[in-house]
Write a protein that binds this ligand. Structure first.
Ligand code: MG
Length: 399
């Protein structure tokens, strides 16, 4: 991973968190046995992994920088000892949050002007990987500053006064993402006190894009927040993993050429016979996904007797199954497909298939298996009368 990772993150953990009370400073308070700061760092490590990085045990991850109070050093070391990786030496904070962030920015003088820096409060350990990725994506193109923000859903009323229109109101969260030159400029010029970095950038007349974040990205501030965080952590840890299986066979059609498997057109001296595009890989995968939610099979949603599905691209079947799984709160974590055939050769198309399936399932290539085997010439597959595909998927659901 090292320096070439797509973004850096500065985690601010220097406050004492007096509103939370207790002896231990906020970032080092435990949620379900793990310090808040440790959980927050893990969220970013998981994001790097979700983006395709392999993080080895003991590796030094150069992209995560933490600002701490000098007197918290021992607590910091203990919290970091729970991580599988090491981080660069911590940066010592300033007299307030703004001073701490500025110290952080100054100590990152090796970052280039166009690098992306995320600034995040240690007290938001529940930030989601998808939201971090979406925030970073927002900085593609001309946008130089963006922040996670959650729409306000409560009715808002001024004390003793009128109800406030909430349709244009957002609760600003962190992380906030910036091109390094922009956030350097904002902190060098800032004279007023701001509660967040996006506000400082806006004061320069630079627009900040709002990226919708999950409402559960709460900032732990009060003792009640800590109780809620305990409950959230326990709920998240109660995950049920389900495995679904699918199997499909299509006969060869020697009157036509080329076939489609896992969305990829494969040159071949024969085609596959079927009502749709006969993509046995996608059919098996669709059935495997439906298997995780007990929703019948592909034929229950797309009966072959229905002329609407004649010659259709099987990706629509897969997309339907993915959206049904998502509706049930499922998170697809792995897919594994085996083709059983004498022809065609699957290996040369593996990477392209992983790319197509990755986009449809929201998975990196390392979580999509594409394999092939033969039946050693035996049976209808061995006689090259057709092709079979089987698929297994793992999907995590809230228990
Ligand atoms: Mg089929």
């Amino acid at each position: 991973m090292k320096e070439n990772h797509p973004f850096h993150v500065l985690i601010v953990a220097a406050g004492s968190g007096t509103r939370l009370g207790g002896e231990v400073p906020k970032a080092y308070r435990e949620i379900s046995g793990t310090p808040i700061l440790t959980r927050t760092v893990r969220a970013f490590l998981k994001t790097f992994e979700a983006q395709g990085a392999t993080i080895a045990s003991g590796e030094r991850v150069e992209n995560i920088h933490i600002v701490i109070a000098a007197e918290h050093r021992a607590l910091y070391e203990a919290a970091m000892a729970q991580l599988p990786v090491t981080l660069p030496a911590p940066i010592i904070g300033g007299k307030d949050r703004k001073g701490s962030v500025y110290n952080g920015i100054k100590s990152l003088s090796h970052l280039k002007n166009e690098d992306i820096l995320l600034i995040h409060d240690a007290a938001r350990p529940f930030v989601r990987m998808d939201d971090i990725s979406n925030l970073v994506k927002a900085l593609e193109g001309n946008c130089v500053a963006a922040t996670l923000a959650a729409p306000v859903s409560d009715t808002l009323r001024r004390e003793g006064g009128e109800t406030v229109d909430r349709s244009s109101l957002f609760a600003i969260q962190t992380p906030q993402a910036f091109r390094v030159r922009i956030i350097r400029q904002a902190h060098e010029k800032a004279v007023e006190s701001f509660t967040d970095d996006a506000g400082m950038v806006e004061a320069l007349g630079i627009p900040v894009r709002l990226v919708e974040g999950a409402r559960d990205n709460i900032k732990i501030t009060t003792p009640k927040d800590l109780i809620m965080a305990e409950e959230m952590a326990m709920a998240k840890e109660r995950i049920q993993t389900r495995t679904g299986m699918g199997f499909d066979v299509h006969a060869f059609d020697t009157s036509r050429k080329n076939m489609i498997l896992c969305g990829i057109e494969i040159p071949c001296d024969r085609a596959l016979a079927g009502h749709s595009d006969a993509d046995a890989g996608l059919h098996a995968l669709t059935d495997a996904l439906l298997g995780t939610i007990g929703q019948g099979d592909i034929g229950s949603f797309f009966p072959p007797s229905d002329p609407r599905w004649k010659g259709v691209n099987s990706m629509i079947f897969l997309e339907k199954a993915v959206s049904l799984v998502h509706e049930k709160g499922g998170r697809i974590v792995h897919a594994d497909i085996t083709f059983i055939c004498e022809i065609p050769k699957i290996g040369p198309h593996r990477t392209a298939m992983q790319e197509v399936l990755g986009a449809a399932l929201g998975l990196p290539p390392g979580q999509i298996g594409i394999k092939a085997t033969t039946t050693e010439g035996l049976g209808f597959l061995g006689r090259k009368e057709g092709l079979a595909a089987q698929a297994l998927v793992s999907v995590e659901f809230p228990a």
